[in-house]
Write a new protein. Structure first.
Length: 58
C-alpha cells in the first residue's frame, strides 16, 4: 500500500473530500454514489484517479 504524508497527504485528503462532495451532489444513482464513495474511502489515491477519469459528470 502507498503511504502518503505531509503536504501530499493533506492535498490528497482535500481532493478526496472534494470528490466525495461532488459525487454526492451529482445526478448519479444512489448505488453509483455509494460505490464511488466507498472506493474513494478505501483506496484514496487510486480511487481519486479513477473518479477523475470515470466518475459522475453531472
Amino acid at each position: 500500500m502507498v503511504e502518503v504524508g505531509g503536504f501530499f497527504g493533506l492535498l490528497l485528503l482535500i481532493l478526496v473530500v472534494y470528490a466525495i462532495v461532488k459525487t454526492v451532489q451529482s445526478d448519479a444513482s444512489t448505488t453509483g454514489k455509494v460505490i464511488w464513495v466507498v472506493l474513494l474511502l478505501l483506496l484514496p489515491l487510486l480511487g481519486f484517479i479513477l473518479w477523475l477519469i470515470f466518475g459522475p459528470k453531472g
